[in-house]
Design a protein around this ligand. Structure first.
Ligand SMILES: Nc1nc2c(ncn2[C@@H]2O[C@H](COP(=O)(O)OP(=O)(O)OP(=O)(O)O)[C@@H](O)[C@H]2O)c(=O)[nH]1
Ligand SMILES: [Mg+2]
Length: 696
């Protein structure tokens, strides 16, 4: 446990060897995460990483997670030892939470992180003295460098074996706060400490207690006229009084005015009222340009590699159904997934850099005013930016927004941010219909369009929020308090593993879905209702058998006819009337249906549809195949109008089951995911219609 951004997850990773997400931003962890660590040769511990909290007065959802564990209200977790992580460079504030935990009379070890930063600030901490004052073991650690971990494990082991006495004296005068109430509560709950009893009085409604016990506590409150607000305020005052004494004894701090820190000097520029925004925009611009530009090389290699591979198989294997399945089902599917790995890795590498240095928190700060004007909060920025990666974790990270209305709005608009699953769709369509030219010699038009699509999602998110805020009736006071972390050099050793792990998640999670859908699709494209397929094959076999027939043309027609009469074709044809006004034909219709569960399936579907029954002729590259596709009247299927319309559709449409599921989980009702599905799909349809009709 500990304050946000104090290094808990880093320590968790050091102890367990796992790779829990770490970032220089308060509120990275929003749920509990478990791992195991061998503490000594005879003791293995289950370590639980928890969300950060500033005090034992939980407001945000993620703070409740930790609070429940500490007060023994979590059904799954009973903590034997609490490791309270305290940021040594902000010790005073961190001690508030630490002393609260100690007063609960649970076994505690304090892990002091950021000693290096404290040293740089000129802060000197007498650890022995601090230990004496707090009455619990204190160990200096640096989880970034794996320092002090052995000592910490030792302290954990000894605490678990009860080698330390739990301090008897409280840091505050609990009795003075609520004398008779505490005694009354303890009559019914004899095992509680005085301080825990106060928390029973304040928060018992959220505890798992029988109806009788609830009534008992309420009666006690009533009888003693217990005033929670006053008690809290009084407690904080007393605690800070005591912490001041401890600090005087154990810590020497230089005059804060004397030394202006690197972070402060940098913030003068990066948070400047003009330059701050100029720099912010340039950073974002560079981010997207590099994603597009850097990734294009490995993407070309992967695409070509797969094309070569399927060609090799086509030549060497017998021409039958199974070869077709291998080449056009399996290989097309895998290739369709792997090609996006470079872009995903580069995007995440760069975002990790921004998070690690601490600049991400500044982005929140800079954009709070804009966010506020549309009903959001500076803290909505972090979920929105994570939304560029994937809406699922992004929506969960909205838990650290205090205000319920702002949190709900953030959840509603986050899926409009272009997630990594849309990237494949954008990439292939841009490559298809946007010329590869440069403005002023260096601004790539394709890159600009890509950035435009991302911006479009972002701007629409703000507009939707502005409109939706009038319809959501929750009245709560809103505020924006965000701790600006100190700038740190990124952990380079962490950037590559993060990139790899994101790629792996994409390949395995999305990959599974894409693979399965590709295989199902291959079957749907290859088979059809018996009679219809038979009729088609009879008709073409006859025509082909005729002497002097143009066999290559006939063969092509035959293939198209087979696809049209397959199950997939029939499905696509059925919805064609609805999507024709958007410029889509029935083949795209099939892709819209299959990608309903997950957007990234679009490209795999295209790959399958355009290659079924097509092993040896024409170009190998999907892009070329799509480029060559024509409508019955001879016009190309993918031109500027239909390409743009399709891109716009994917910017807005809610094509993701996982997102709907997580929104249901976070809002605890089906109402919001349903609203989201309807408004996003409606928006997508209207905007694509508009774009197609304009560019047609
Ligand atoms: N200089 C320095 N940086 C550290 C140390 N420990 C952790 N960090 C950095 O502090 C930042 C926050 O670390 P996290 O482990 O994500 O913090 P957390 O407590 O889990 O944060 P939340 O999940 O947001 O509550 C990261 O950038 C770490 O690399 C340390 O001892 N010294
Ligand atoms: Mg964390």
């Amino acid at each position: 446990m500990g304050n946000p951004n104090s290094g808990k997850s880093s320590l968790f990773n050091s102890l367990t060897g796992l790779n829990q997400q770490v970032g220089n931003f308060p509120g990275v962890t929003v749920d509990k995460k478990t791992g195991s660590s061998s503490i000594s040769s005879s003791l293995t511990a289950e370590i639980i990483d928890l969300p950060g909290s500033y005090s034992l007065y939980p407001k945000r959802l993620d703070e409740w997670v930790s609070y429940k564990v500490l007060l023994d209200q979590d059904a799954d977790i009973k903590a034997d030892v609490v490791v309270a992580v305290a940021d040594a460079s902000n010790l005073k504030r961190n001690l508030l939470f630490c002393t609260q935990i100690i007063d609960l009379k649970v076994p505690v070890v304090i892990a002091l992180t950021m000693m290096d930063l404290a040293g740089r600030k000129g802060i000197k901490i007498d650890i022995g003295e601090l230990e004496r004052e707090l009455g619990v073991p204190v160990v200096a650690v640096n989880p970034r460098k794996n320092k002090g971990i052995a000592q910490l494990k030792k302290a954990i082991e000894q605490t678990a074996q009860n080698l330390y006495q739990i301090p008897v004296r409280d840091f505050i005068d609990n009795k003075a706060l609520a004398t008779s109430s505490i005694d009354d509560v303890k009559q019914h709950f004899p095992l509680l400490s005085d301080y825990a009893a106060i928390h029973y009085l304040i928060n018992h409604e959220s505890f798992v207690l029988s109806g009788d016990k609830q009534k008992t506590i309420e009666a006690i409150e009533e009888k003693n006229k217990f005033n929670p607000t006053k008690t809290q305020a009084e407690e904080i005052l007393q605690r800070y009084g005591r912490i001041r004494q401890i600090m005087q004894l154990a810590v020497s701090e230089p005059d804060p005015l004397q030394k202006s820190l690197f972070t402060e000097r940098l913030d003068n520029l990066l948070l400047h009222r003009v330059w701050g925004y100029v720099i912010l925009l340039s950073v974002l611009f560079l981010l997207f340009q590099s994603v597009f530009w850097l990734a294009q090389f490995p993407m070309d290699w992967i695409e070509l590699g797969f094309a070569k591979l399927s060609q090799a198989f086509a030549v060497s294997l017998p021409d039958n159904r199974w070869t077709d399945l291998l080449i056009n089902g399996v290989i097309a599917g895998i290739g369709g997934i792997l090609i996006f790995v470079p872009q995903i890795m580069i995007l995440f590498g760069l975002i990790t850099l921004l998070e690690d240095t601490g600049y991400m928190a500044r982005i929140s700060f800079l954009s709070d005013r804009l966010m506020r004007s549309v009903g959001l909060n500076g803290k909505s920025v972090m979920p929105m930016i994570s939304g560029f990666a994937c809406a699922v974790p992004a929506i969960m990270s909205a838990r650290n927004i205090e205000n319920r209305k702002e949190r709900l709005l953030t959840i509603l608009i986050t899926p409009l941010m272009s997630c990594s699953a849309r990237l494949p769709v954008y990439t292939i369509l841009i490559g298809l219909v946007i010329p590869k030219t440069y403005l002023l010699g260096f601004l790539g038009v394709q890159g600009l369009v890509m950035m435009g699509l991302y911006l479009l999602g972002l701007v629409m998110a703000l507009i939707v929020s502005y409109i939706a805020k009038w319809f959501i009736k929750i009245n709560e006071k809103s505020f924006f308090i965000l701790e600006l972390p100190t700038y740190r050099s990124p952990r380079w050793a962490n950037v590559l593993p993060t990139m790899i792990s994101k790629a792996r998640i994409f390949v395995t999670d999305a990959g599974k879905v894409i693979m399965i859908i590709s295989l199902v699709l291959w079957a749907l494209c290859s088979f059809g209702p018996g009679r219809r397929m038979e009729k088609v094959s009879q008709q073409y076999e006859l025509a082909l058998a005729k002497p002097g027939a143009d066999s290559s043309l006939l063969k092509k027609e035959y293939k198209t006819a087979k696809l049209e009469n397959s199950y997939a074709g029939i499905l696509g044809k059925t919805i064609e009337p609805a999507i024709a006004p958007l410029g889509y034909d029935w083949k795209i219709g099939i892709a819209l249906i299959t990608s309903f569960a997950a957007r990234e399936v679009f490209v795999g579907t295209m790959a399958t549809i355009y290659s079924v029954g097509d092993n040896d002729e024409g170009s190998l590259l999907l892009k070329e195949k799509m480029k060559a596709a024509v409508r019955p009247d001879g016009r190309p299927v993918f031109n500027l109008a239909s390409g743009l319309s399709l891109m716009i559709f994917y910017v807005f449409a809610m094509q993701c089951m996982s997102t709907l599921a997580v929104v249901k989980r976070e809002t605890k009702t089906w109402k919001w995911p349903v609203i989201q599905l309807i408004y996003m799909t409606g928006l997508a349809y209207l905007m694509s219609l508009l774009v197609y009709q304009i560019f047609k």
